[in-house]
Every structure is written in C-alpha cells, then in structure tokens.
Write a protein that binds this ligand. Structure first.
Ligand SMILES: *Cc1c(COP(=O)(O)O)cnc(C)c1O
Length: 211
C-alpha cells in the first residue's frame, strides 16, 4: 500500500462525498496508516475478520466501522454491537431482526438498504417496487436510523450503463427522502459521483491489490 496514493484519490473526490475505506483483506496496520491521514470510516464485509481488527485497533476511538458484507442471521447481534453503519441490509426479515436486536442492545445503527436495479443473480438486494410497497412498515421499525440506499452494479457494464443504474438508486432514495446513496467502488466511482453518491466504497483504489 502506498499512502501517497490515498491523498491523490482523496483530492480527486468532491469534498461533499464521503469516502468509505474498504479494508477487507487488509491488515490493521494498514488501517492505522490510513487513519493517521485523517480517514475515519472503514468498511468490512466479514464479521470475524473485522472483529479481530476492531480489537487490535480499539484505542482508535475515532474509527467508525461500517458493515458492507452479506449478513448472516446468526451474526446480526454481533454486527449490531460492533458497527455504527450497516450498508448491506438486503431483506425485510433481516431489517426486522436488526431492529429488534438493536432495541435489546440499546443501539441505533445507521442503515442503508441494499437495492438491486438489475437482475444480477450474483448480487443480493431488495426489489425497488417491493421496497416502495413496504416503506410505511419499514419506517415504523424502532432503533434503526434509515439513512439511505446501497447498490452494487454488475461487473462489466459500460460507463453509461453504470451511470444509469446509479441514477436509479439516487432517484429512488430522493423519492423516499433518504439522504444517502452508498454506491461506487474502485472501478465505477466516477459515475457514482456524477449520479449523486454520498458514500464511495473504495478498497483496492486506496489499499492496492488484495492478496
Ligand atoms: C470489496 C467491496 C468493495 C470495494 O471494492 P474495490 O473494488 O476494492 O473498491 C465495495 N463494496 C463492497 C460491498 C465490497 O464487498
């Protein structure tokens, strides 16, 4: 990892767009290096891997941890206990469980609901029409702060196709009056910025290649 790289990237991104440094596959020492440069939001996708790093880095109180991976039912309590943001909530059942457990744990995580705007069999996500139908019910859930939508585009799209899908996400978030869109990764962040992303999830662009 080349720390100078991080500043170069940061300078290219508009200051009103948040950077989530996706540290999955990277060591706590590398998180520390980036954190030292003023980055406090880190994203992880596997609970166990994340938890080990959280223990090592527990003195760094400024770090805000974001869970961005597939949520297993038996990990929800641990995720709620240890993450301030959850980006990858892809079903109502999981959202409900998160709400119930957050209540028991006296937590109130920020939630970004994962929505699917293309039929990519490899990716999870809520169907947009269903989300709209259930929206009233969702808004009544306690101990969660619904802050936005999250989406992952299929691989191999053109720049224009990426932009179009991201715009759908932005427009659905706007219609639900949700401020955040967690969209854009190392390969498609520019289109995501153009479409109105508020959280870019950047892994390899910041940390280099995963091993
Ligand atoms: C790994 C991952 C990222 C970051 O991917 P890069 O291509 O390395 O930027 C972003 N979002 C999710 C959900 C991920 O799992």
């Amino acid at each position: 990892m080349n720390p100078a790289n991080f500043l170069k990237i940061k300078n290219k991104i508009p200051s009103n767009v948040n950077i989530l440094a996706v540290s999955k596959g990277f060591k706590s020492q590398e998180i520390k290096t980036i954190q030292n440069m003023g980055q406090n939001d880190f994203g992880e996708s596997k609970f166990q891997e994340a938890f080990e790093k959280q223990l090592i880095l527990k003195e760094l109180k400024q770090i805000k941890w974001h869970f961005i991976g597939r949520i297993q039912n038996n990990k929800i309590r641990k995720i709620v206990q240890n993450f301030k943001y959850i980006h990858s909530v892809d079903s109502f059942e999981k959202l409900q469980k998160i709400s119930n457990i957050s209540f028991e744990e006296n937590k109130n995580p920020f939630i970004m609901l994962q929505v699917k705007f293309s039929d990519d069999p490899n990716k999870g996500g809520l169907n947009p029409e269903l989300l709209i139908l259930k929206w009233r019910e969702i808004q009544e859930l306690k101990n969660i702060t619904l802050s936005g939508l999250m989406t992952i585009n299929p691989k191999g799209l053109s720049s224009k196709e990426n932009l179009e899908l991201f715009k759908k996400c932005r427009s659905l978030a706007d219609s639900l009056q949700l401020p955040d869109c967690s969209m854009g990764m190392s390969g498609d962040w520019e289109e995501a910025v153009d479409a109105g992303s508020t959280w870019l999830r950047l892994g390899s662009l910041i940390f280099g290649d995963r091993f």
